[in-house]
Ligand binder design. Structure first.
Ligand SMILES: Cc1cc2nc3c(=O)[nH]c(=O)nc-3n(C[C@H](O)[C@H](O)[C@H](O)COP(=O)(O)O)c2cc1C
Ligand code: SF4
Length: 423
């Protein structure tokens, strides 16, 4: 196990928050000064594209490519919105980052706004993140006092103001267009796309929404360069480091910054301390509650977007939840589906009515009252819901159900045959 270069957790001391002074002592705000003095906005977009950075909010879209669609030449107002809603079960990395080192996000946002020629920013933050909100309030005040926020930043002629906005506390508010409705004070239903936020976003103006970790990577890319950033990954198609939030049946459940492409088995053994209670690994969610399971046959897989897509799963947010060999995967799936059904915004039928039906079927089988017809109905529901909902919430909810039916079908049949949960 070689030591991993630490970018995002470079200054992290558990239980403490890096102050403005300490952030500056370790190179903080040098990327911003470098960019404002010697780089054009277009150069930053090109650099970020070349770095291979992919969005850390779950979908993994190329950040530089997304920025290249932004109409930077349109008149103000134009918005940059940071998504820190982070309500998906098993995902807590953005909260860890902001608890430790909030100035990274502020510097990343100013740099990104400069690249996009956006004049106003919002950080949309999870209702439960009290400490992180306080950290950000202080960091914004310090950055403003230092001349990094406001008018004519560092004498460059670039203006950028940054606001903080608390979330009302529903999972759907993390979906970027629902978030924009929420920011506008409206009911947070997702919006129809197109138009995409880059064309018509917050208050109908050009808007880019990016995740906390995505934006916090920007100062490091500006300072280190695209090739350096790409080279941090373990696999040839990967780029950068990633915050892996471990949870579930492991001896160590913490958040680590590790190279993109680290094999699943190494993550579990070297960082998670192995499966707890001397039990064996059965399965995991590799990237939050909405990602299909991986099993023992995937322990050598590189944890990154493309390798996980190739085996029918997703890298998502890299919130890795591990289940030991005494776990009933049907029960796990029911638990996850209950969350998604409860958090449905109710706008479209496959999600509003389909998810409760899936819960009812899973509950029936888990309670030993299911039949093979119920199993078939579960398969049908998966087909009816996948790809047919208005937003990605219901598609995400089908992730664990897909994993259950594809990888643990025999376990479901055992429930039916025995007339009880076999665990
Ligand atoms: C139901 C739902 C919840 C989401 N929650 C979050 C979230 O909490 N944080 C986040 O960054 N992205 C979340 N996303 C993804 C966002 O819609 C969007 O893709 C992301 O913020 C873009 O940033 P990125 O390109 O930097 O990843 C969610 C998507 C869905 C469908
Ligand atoms: S899939 Fe439909 S009902 Fe579910 S959250 Fe999205 S828009 Fe709302």
């Amino acid at each position: 196990m070689s030591a991993t270069p630490q970018l995002l957790f470079k200054n992290r001391v558990p239980g403490k928050t890096v102050s403005y002074k300490d952030y500056c002592k370790t190179g903080g705000y040098t990327a911003l000064e470098k960019a404002l003095k010697g780089m054009s906005p277009a150069e930053i977009v090109t650099l970020v594209k070349a770095s291979g950075l992919r969005g850390r909010g779950g979908a993994g879209f190329s950040t530089g490519l997304k920025w290249s669609f932004f109409p930077a030449d349109k008149p103000a107002p134009k918005y940059l919105v940071c998504n820190c809603d982070e309500m998906e079960p098993g995902t807590y990395k953005d909260g860890e980052l902001l608890a430790a080192d909030p100035h990274q996000l502020i510097e990343g946002m100013i740099l990104s706004a400069y690249a996009l020629n956006a004049d106003t920013g919002y950080i949309f933050i999870r209702y439960a993140y009290d400490q992180q909100l306080k950290n950000l309030q202080q960091a914004v005040a310090e950055a403003t006092a230092a001349g990094y926020l406001g008018k004519n930043i560092c004498g460059s002629g670039f203006d950028f103001e940054l606001h903080l906005h608390g979330s009302a506390g529903r999972y759907i508010l993390g979906e970027e267009t629902a978030l924009l409705n929420g920011l506008e004070g409206q009911r947070p239903n997702p919006r129809l796309k197109p138009p995409f936020p880059a064309q018509s976003g917050l208050f109908g103006r050009p808007t880019t929404v990016n995740n906390v970790e995505t934006l916090a990577n920007i100062p490091h890319i500006v300072n280190g360069g695209a090739e350096w950033f790409k080279g941090l990954a373990r696999n040839h198609e990967g780029a950068g480091t990633k915050l892996f939030g471990l949870s579930g049946h492991l001896n160590v459940t913490e958040c680590f910054e590790l190279p993109v492409g680290i094999p699943l088995g190494e993550l579990i053994e070297a960082y998670g301390g192995g499966v707890w209670r001397n039990r064996k690994f059965k399965a995991c969610l590799p990237g939050g509650a909405s990602t299909p399971y991986l099993t023992g046959e995937h322990l050598d897989i590189a944890l990154d977007f493309d390798p996980l897509a190739a085996v029918g799963s997703r890298f998502g947010t890299a919130g890795v939840t591990v289940f030991d060999d005494q776990t009933c995967m049907l029960r796990v799936t029911l638990n996850l589906l209950r969350f998604f059904a409860r958090e449905s915004c109710g706008w479209c039928t496959p999600c509003r009515d389909g998810l409760p039906l899936v819960c009812w079927l899973l509950e029936k089988i888990e309670n030993g009252e299911g039949t093979l017809d119920d199993l078939q109905m579960l398969r049908d529901q998966q087909q009816h819901i996948s790809g047919r909902s208005f937003c990605a919430l219901a598609d995400g909810a089908m992730g664990p159900l897909d994993g259950l039916l594809r990888l643990f079908e025999q376990e479901v049949i055992d429930h039916i045959d025995k007339g009880r949960c076999p665990f």
